[in-house]
Ligand binder design. Structure first.
Ligand code: ADP
Ligand code: MG
Length: 256
C-alpha cells in the first residue's frame, strides 16, 4: 500500500520571475508503507527541500503531497526527523534529550520515560541514559537522535544525511544498526545520503535526483536479499545498482 503519494510537486524559493530558485521540478513518486527509501543526488538538487516538505516543515508551490490518505499541511505527529549533525541539547542528559518530544507534544511523561528507555535499548545506549551528549561519541549521539525521533512513535522516519559527520568505520556500524532498527520497528524510512553504497545497502529503492533542476530522475529497485551484511557490497547485484546510479550522474553532470 502506498503510504506517501507525491504528484506534480513544484517548489520555488522566492518569486520565479524575479530570480527565484526552482528547487523541485514536477516530482512524482509513491512510497510504500514500511519501505526503506534512499535518496541520492548532487548537492543543491533539492533533497533537503523534498524532505522538509514531507516533514511538513516547508510549504510547496504546486502539486499534491498525501501521507496516509491526508494532504500534508504543516507538521504532523506521525513524522520523526533526524538531521546531519545531532542536535542534542548539551545541558540535558541523553534520557532528557530523548524525552524532549514528549514535553513538546504534551505526552504522558511516565509512559514516555518507559518508551525512552526501550528506545535507548533499541539503539544500544542502555547504561548511557544519564550521560551528557559530550560524553558520547558522534555515532552514539546520532543513535540518541534516532531514539528521540522515534519517541512519539511516528509512522515515518526522515533522515537528512544523518551519518555525514561520522568516520567510515562508525558509519558502517550505523548502517547495520539502522537496518536492524528499521526491521524491528516496522517504520517507513526515507534516508538522504551522499554515499551511493550506503543508499544501496539500506534501500528497498534508491531515488536518484539530478540538478536540472530538482528532478527525480529515476527510482531504482535494490534486489539484494535481507538482512544484508556488509559483504553484500561485493556482490554483482549490488555493483549493478551502483553502476546504474553512477551512469545517471555521468549523464547529468557532477556528483559531490
Ligand atoms: P540539497 O539538500 O540537495 O543539497 P536543498 O534542498 O538544500 O538541496 O536546496 C535546493 C535548492 O534550493 C538549492 O539551489 C538551494 O540553494 C535552494 N534553497 C534551499 N533552501 C532555500 C531557502 N530557504 N531560500 C532560498 N533558496 C533555498
Ligand atoms: Mg541537503
Amino acid at each position: 500500500m502506498s503510504y506517501i503519494e507525491i504528484k506534480g510537486l513544484f517548489k520555488t524559493f522566492g518569486d520565479r520571475r524575479a530570480g527565484g530558485v526552482l528547487a523541485l521540478d514536477n516530482i512524482h513518486c509513491s512510497i510504500a508503507e514500511g519501505s526503506f527509501v534512499s535518496v541520492v543526488g548532487p548537492s543543491g538538487c533539492g533533497k533537503s527541500t523534498l524532505m522538509r516538505i514531507i516533514a511538513g516543515l516547508l510549504d510547496y508551490s504546486e502539486g499534491s503531497v498525501v501521507m496516509d490518505g491526508q494532504p500534508i499541511r504543516g507538521t504532523r505527529r506521525d513524522v520523526g526527523v533526524v538531521f546531519q549533525s545531532s542536535i542534542l541539547l548539551p545541558w540535558r542528559t541523553i534520557l532528557e534529550n530523548v524525552m524532549l518530544p514528549a514535553e513538546v507534544l504534551g505526552l504522558d511523561l511516565k509512559a514516555a520515560r518507559e518508551r525512552a528507555m526501550d528506545l535507548l535499548r533499541l539503539v544500544r545506549l542502555e547504561g548511557f541514559e544519564h550521560k551528557l551528549p559530550r560524553q558520547l561519541s558522534g555515532g552514539m549521539q546520532q543513535r540518541a537522535s534516532i531514539a528521540r525521533a522515534l519517541l512519539h512513535d511516528p509512522k515515518i522516519l526522515l533522515m537528512d544525511e544523518p551519518f555525514g559527520a561520522l568516520d567510515a568505520m562508525t558509519r558502517e556500524q550505523m548502517n547495520l544498526e539502522l537496518q536492524r532498527i528499521w526491521a524491528e520497528s516496522g517504520k517507513t524510512v526515507i534516508l538522504i545520503t551522499h554515499s551511493i553504497p550506503e543508499a544501496i545497502f539500506l534501500g528497498d529503492v534508491v531515488f536518484v535526483m539530478t540538478p536540472r533542476p530538482g528532478t527525480l530522475e529515476r527510482v531504482i529497485p535494490v534486489r539484494v536479499p535481507r538482512p544484508r551484511r556488509m559483504e553484500a557490497m561485493g556482490t554483482p547485484a549490488f555493483a549493478e545498482v551502483a553502476d546504474q546510479i553512477r551512469e545517471l550522474f555521468d549523464h547529468t553532470g557532477s556528483f559531490d
